[in-house]
Design a protein around this ligand. Structure first.
Ligand code: PBG
Length: 338
């Protein structure tokens, strides 16, 4: 007798129902799959460097490089050949200043990169990160006054940046500065400049996270004083994320983004329940580095862990996944038994 069944505490469906029946062969397991990873859903983030002359490895992110402009075509061919449809560009400029001028310079590194990519492969969908932290000498995401980022002045610079990306040929801009009103400012700016077809992926729920550490090495964007707690979200909060998302949708975001992914799967799932819009999740640098470190040491099975992690992000409800694993996943998906 099974303890509890008689008393009706446990489900009395057993032994009529046996869930293992539908796990008994590869064929039925495949039919049972609820969430599928596809290369179509992946966005590959890239660091484009104005100073590098060779592919410059990022120590904390094995397999990821700062890409110089003169090596960009090669990289783009590799990415396209692997089956990736979309990239997210970050710039690593030569010169930084207090107001991040290189972020919106006509000949800024991202602007040049977009033009090169569109010449090489016009079908590759180009998304650009719109933020100032890689371009400011203080490493914060906007204009500083009294040791804090000034919101409304920063909006003007973010809008200029988004327009200059659109002018260079970007398909979508992704504001990541976590300034209030950044989506409506950028939408209005793009529309006035004649770019009503350029989409916005809003980093709506971007948390102040320790998992951005390796990115800051890659992009040289660590804050030179203080932290980002006055603009990025507290990791203890979930309801606040839904509020951010709702506001961004109302301001005109085409896609909302939750970032990081793994420690916020609950936020992705709640957003999926509450909103119809397309949801993207950013599997960030620290999440990548942890898998790489454990994989390299033989502590986990790296390929299987990657598939498990990215599938969990889909299962939670994300439509699009931004991930440094994207190239590897394309290879892994070719011989997967779900
Ligand atoms: C820019 C930005 C950051 C990331 C994406 N856009 C860094 C930050 O906010 O400090 C992090 C991405 C990653 O860790 O992979 N604001």
């Amino acid at each position: 007798m099974i303890i509890g069944v008689e008393e009706g505490i446990l489900s009395s469906n057993f032994p009529r129902t046996r869930l293992r029946r539908l796990r008994s062969s590869a064929a039925i397991r495949k039919m049972m799959v609820e969430s599928r990873l596809s290369t179509d859903d992946l966005v590959y983030p890239m660091f484009i460097s104005e100073t590098a002359i060779e592919l410059n490895p990022i120590a904390s992110m094995p397999g990821i490089f700062q890409v110089p402009l003169n090596k960009l075509n090669q990289e783009i061919q590799d990415i396209s050949n692997k089956g990736i449809n979309s990239v997210l560009l970050f710039g690593v400029p030569n010169v930084k200043d207090a107001i991040g001028s290189e972020a919106y310079a006509d000949n800024g590194v991202v602007q040049q990169a977009i033009r090169l990519i569109k010449e090489e492969n016009p079908n590759l969908y180009v998304i650009t990160d719109v933020c100032l932290c890689e371009y400011t000498d203080h490493g914060h995401c906007g204009v500083i006054r009294d040791m804090d980022v000034v919101n409304d002045e920063t909006l003007e610079l973010l809008t200029k940046t988004a327009i200059s990306h659109a002018m260079s040929g970007a398909d979508m801009v992704a504001p990541s500065a976590m300034m209030d009103g950044q989506v409506s400012a950028i939408r209005e700016g793009l529309d006035k400049a004649g770019f009503s077809c350029v989409s916005i992926m809003a980093y709506s729920a971007k948390y102040a996270s320790s998992f951005y550490g390796p990115f800051r090495e890659a992009a040289g964007s660590a804050p030179q004083f203080g932290d980002r707690l006055t603009y990025q979200m507290n990791f203890a909060n979930g309801r606040e994320a839904l509020k951010e998302i709702r506001m961004d949708i109302e301001e005109g975001a085409d896609i909302i983004l939750i970032k990081p992914a793994l420690t916020y799967l609950d936020v992705i799932a709640r957003a999926r329940e509450d909103f119809e819009c397309v949801i993207a999740a950013y599997n960030v640098s620290g999440e990548y580095s942890m898998v790489k470190a454990a994989g390299t040491n033989g502590w986990i099975d790296e390929p299987k862990s990657i598939l498990e992690i990215l599938t969990s992000i889909k299962r939670a409800g994300a439509d699009i996944i931004i991930s440094y694993h994207a190239k590897d996943v394309c290879e892994l998906l070719k011989n997967v038994e779900s």
